[in-house]
Design a protein around this ligand. Structure first.
Ligand SMILES: [Cu+2]
Length: 152
């Protein structure tokens, strides 16, 4: 009676195909959900740092932040009481929290332009969606991080 084992094997394959298809569908639904950025986030271009030591403003060229293109920003940095901060070590990281990946480049903040302004070179975003950009600032005022949410 070879027909019964054969039929059983066919059914097993069919069942595993359905499981695989369901897994793909679930993943796909997850991607669509992840593509929507949370509405309650603060997308301001001026933010206070996490421990309140600094206020930072990102100044980009043009009205919107492009994707897929290298760009330079200016980070305006001041203390909580409004004194410009020119002498600081600033590093940058970031990424897309819902996608689990970081920035595609390693932006650098090396040049102080004066009046609390710092040139941020090498910014790039390789897709649309919710991005987070963090500036870790170290100066005589203290160590703190500025976190900006972007919706691209
Ligand atoms: Cu992404």
């Amino acid at each position: 009676m070879p027909a019964i084992p054969f039929l059983a094997a066919t059914r097993r394959i069919a069942a595993s195909k359905i499981v695989a298809a369901l897994a793909v569908a679930t993943l796909f639904a997850g991607c669509i959900a992840a593509a929507q950025s949370p509405g309650e986030l603060d997308y301001s271009r001026t933010r206070s740092s996490e421990h309140g030591i600094y206020r930072g403003t990102i100044i980009v060229s043009g009205d919107s932040i492009p994707t897929g293109r290298l760009q330079s920003w200016t980070l305006h940095l001041e203390t909580a009481d409004g004194a410009p901060v020119d002498v600081a070590t600033v590093s940058v990281d970031g990424g897309m929290p819902q996608h689990g990946h970081g920035l595609p480049t390693k932006p650098q903040v090396k040049l102080a332009l004066g009046n609390g302004n710092h040139l941020v070179e090498g910014m790039k975003f390789n897709m649309g969606g919710w991005w987070v950009v963090k500036f870790h600032v170290n100066s005589t005022a203290g160590n703190d991080s500025l976190v900006f949410n972007l919706s691209l």
